[in-house]
Design a binder for this molecule. Structure first.
Ligand code: SF4
Ligand code: SF4
Length: 100
C-alpha cells in the first residue's frame, strides 16, 4: 500500500520543487526524454502531486539517471519545469537519506 502525504507538494518547496502542481500529465516530457524509461520524468511529478513520497524514495535511483538535457523543460506546455523538479527531488532524497 502506498503512503501518501497531502502536504507533500508544499513540503517540497523547501527543496526547490514548486511547480509540480502546474503539470496536467500530458506526457510530453516522458515522450521527449532520451531515457525512454517508464514514463520518466512524468511519473515522478505525478508522485509529487498525489503525495506518494514513499514511491519517490523507492524509485530514487532513477532520479540520478537524468542527463540535464533540458528537453523536458523546453517542451512542457505548462511551464512545470520537469527538469528542475528532478533536481529538487534529488535534494529531497539526499535530505531523507541523511536523516535515516
Ligand atoms: S510535459 Fe509538463 S505538463 Fe506535460 S506531463 Fe510533463 S511536466 Fe506535466
Ligand atoms: S532533463 Fe532529464 S528528465 Fe528531462 S528530458 Fe533530459 S534526461 Fe529526461
Amino acid at each position: 500500500m502506498a503512503l501518501v502525504n497531502p502536504d507533500f507538494a508544499e513540503e517540497l518547496q523547501a527543496f526547490g520543487v514548486d511547480t509540480a502542481l502546474e503539470c496536467f500529465n500530458c506526457g510530453t516530457c516522458a515522450a521527449i526524454c532520451p531515457l525512454i524509461f517508464e514514463h520518466f520524468p512524468r511519473k515522478m511529478i505525478r508522485y509529487v502531486q498525489i503525495g506518494a513520497y514513499d514511491k519517490i524514495l523507492q524509485h530514487a535511483q532513477e532520479l540520478w539517471r537524468c542527463l540535464h538535457c533540458g528537453l523536458c523543460t523546453q517542451t512542457c506546455p505548462r511551464q512545470a519545469n520537469p527538469g528542475e523538479l528532478i533536481l529538487g527531488l534529488r535534494r529531497y532524497v539526499v535530505h531523507r537519506w541523511r536523516r535515516a
